[in-house]
Design a protein around this ligand. Structure first.
Ligand SMILES: Nc1ncnc2c1ncn2[C@@H]1O[C@H](COP(=O)(O)OP(=O)(O)OP(=O)(O)O)[C@@H](O)[C@H]1O
Ligand SMILES: [Mg+2]
Length: 263
């Protein structure tokens, strides 16, 4: 098993009640897990807890996270630096916002590769070109000499995904990776994410508001409401035979559900 989350709780302020509670799930290598649920239900909190990047003084207040046999609570700073961006990497809603607008994409991509490897500049550049090509970005050299504002949202997101998959992470965490994009680009990027994870054997946790995306892409599905998992299981089973009233209402709000229809 790649990731084993047991009874996880996260608390944002010392005296406050936990924001998420009793969250447990397992993920094998190569599996895709989707987390759906209303705004504020704690989806982002779950994946940020896995990466130990909780904002606002958020703390894991109960439970354990075992990744690749390691209890993440026992990692020191050096251990986290090693893990983040290499074995586990994150794809954000708008990768452009994570990049510095005053430097070229190439400079940042090459720097990122060099920080995490022993490669020299030329080899890191070649690697960046290779990863951009994998994400269907034509003229990767052009992209590397561009600034973020010169690219469309879809291209920026592909750059972000290319960076996230550079070191063939075992686990990708994607927080609404397509929700800032138009419908056509969404569909393309969802297809590319699936191609990449299936091709590299990476596991992925994808947070999405879009049940269509979740059902198209994922093997397993978690439905969250008010900080708790209200339903979980194999995606197809949950979608075809929802047990919880909340899941039923989510499904009812997607008029044309089906595994072939994902936007
Ligand atoms: N930085 C923070 N400081 C304090 N509390 C926070 C912080 N971020 C999140 N929370 C709390 O955690 C709850 C869940 O937030 P989270 O971002 O995990 O929800 P979400 O399911 O990802 O929502 P959305 O779909 O809107 O992105 C929030 O309602 C809020 O109470
Ligand atoms: Mg969120």
């Amino acid at each position: 098993m790649l990731l084993d989350v047991k009874n996880l709780a996260v608390t944002y302020a010392k005296s406050a009640a936990p924001t998420i509670q009793g969250v447990s799930f397992e993920l094998d290598a190569g599996e895709i897990l989707a987390i759906v649920g209303e705004s504020g239900s704690g989806k982002t909190t779950v994946i940020r807890a896995v990466l130990n990047l909780l904002p606002g003084g958020g703390k894991v207040s109960a439970g354990t996270i075992i990744f690749d046999g390691k209890n993440l609570a026992e990692l020191d700073n050096a251990g986290w630096r090693n893990l983040r961006g290499k074995d586990i990497s994150m794809i954000f809603q708008d990768s452009g916002a994570m990049l510095n607008p005053v430097h070229t994409i190439g400079r940042q991509f090459v720097e990122y590769i060099q920080v995490h490897s022993e490669l020299d500049k030329a080899a890191a550049y070649a690697m960046a070109v290779e990863k951009l090509t994998l994400m269907n970005l034509p003229n990767p050299e052009n992209i590397l000499s561009s600034y973020t504002f010169e690219l469309s949202g879809g291209m920026r997101q592909r750059v972000g995904i290319a960076m996230a998959i550079t070191f063939q992470p075992k686990l990708l965490l994607a927080d609404e990776p397509t929700s800032a994009l138009d419908v056509t680009t969404q569909a393309q990027i969802v297809g590319e994410l699936m191609f990449i994870t299936r091709g590299t054997g990476a596991a992925m946790i994808i947070v999405t508001h879009n049940l269509g995306v979740a059902s198209y892409l994922s093997d397993k599905l978690i439905v969250m409401s008010q900080g708790r998992i209200v339903e979980a299981g194999a995606t197809q089973e949950v979608v075809e035979n929802p047990q919880h009233a909340y899941t039923k209402s989510l499904l009812a709000s997607v008029p044309e559900m089906g595994r072939a229809r994902y936007v």
